[in-house]
Design a protein around this ligand. Structure first.
Ligand SMILES: [Zn+2]
Length: 281
């Protein structure tokens, strides 16, 4: 059985790295979307495009190590986190920061075109209050990332403030404006608004808590499941653990909340459609 966690971080400096991936595998997990953290987390200063580019290469190497050293199939998603842009704008000014982040996102697109990554992310806007000019610039960069993904025919994973129906509708307007295929835009850390997401043309990646997934499946199976595991020993329990997606999926299948068909849709058909990946079954 294929079990896909759509948003998982690894951190060889602050976390368990391969051990976390092995935990995922022991619980029954098979496929992982490993999302870039920040240049800073990877030991780069995050002050110019070159720093982000080095951090992205480092991230791709981590993903390659997972594929070599564990039985799990891992895919890279790479971008510039909105908090990194915010930091850079405050340190060096808005125009400089925008320019450097755009260059870095172009490099992320190149890695997608070369098949080293399956998507650009997490990009978007900060989940905390920022000055209006940083907010506006974050939206511009989010649209720029979507346009790069559109041209490369790869996915984007979006990080945002906490989301509701109205915000989904706002995002839907950006998706239409950019002209990217609606199933290529993944809202990471999505609330269980499966119907609304489909209507506006966004693909929800839903945090795999019991409550969320139960609410999601009542509306249909057009979603993916994620832990947003951050692999940071300094923040234990900040997010769900690496075993959560396989554990939850198996439990929900056992108690009849999921059908076999739901599991296949969520873990195989949906990721295949969003990322265009071929999976061996
Ligand atoms: Zn994340």
């Amino acid at each position: 059985m294929i079990i896909w966690d759509d948003h998982f971080h690894v951190d060889p400096y602050h976390g368990l790295f391969l051990e976390a991936v092995k935990e995922f595998h022991r619980a029954g997990g098979t496929h992982l979307v490993v999302v870039y953290k920040t240049a800073h987390d990877y030991g780069f200063p995050g002050l110019k495009a070159e720093d982000f580019i080095k951090a992205m290469d480092f991230h791709v190497e981590l993903v390659e190590r997972i594929n070599r050293e564990t039985p799990v199939k891992a895919y890279a998603v790479i971008g510039v986190h909105p908090a990194e842009f915010d930091y850079l704008a405050r340190e060096k000014g808005l125009e400089y920061a925008k320019n450097e982040v755009m260059k870095a996102l172009e490099y992320a697109q190149k890695l997608c075109l070369e098949g080293k990554a399956i998507g650009i992310g997490e990009i978007g806007r900060p989940h905390y209050e920022v000055p209006p000019e940083i907010w506006e610039a974050s939206i511009e960069l989010m649209k720029y990332g979507m346009a790069l993904a559109r041209d490369a025919d790869c996915a984007v994973q979006l990080h945002t403030e906490s989301f509701d129906e109205e915000k989904f509708r706002e995002l839907g307007e950006y998706v239409r404006g950019v002209g990217i295929k609606p199933y290529k835009v993944v809202k990471h850390f999505s609330p269980p608004l499966v119907k609304v997401a489909e209507e506006v043309g966004v693909f929800p990646s839903i945090i795999a808590s019991r409550k969320n997934i139960r609410a999601a499946i009542e509306q249909g199976n057009r979603f993916m499941m994620e832990t947003d595991y951050i692999d940071d020993r300094r923040r234990p329990g900040a997010v769900l653990g690496p075993k959560t997606v396989p554990k939850r999926t198996k439990a929900f299948l056992q108690n009849g909340i999921f059908t076999e068909e739901d599991v296949y849709k969520i873990h195989v058909e949906n990721p295949r459609k969003v990322y265009g990946v071929e999976m061996e079954e």
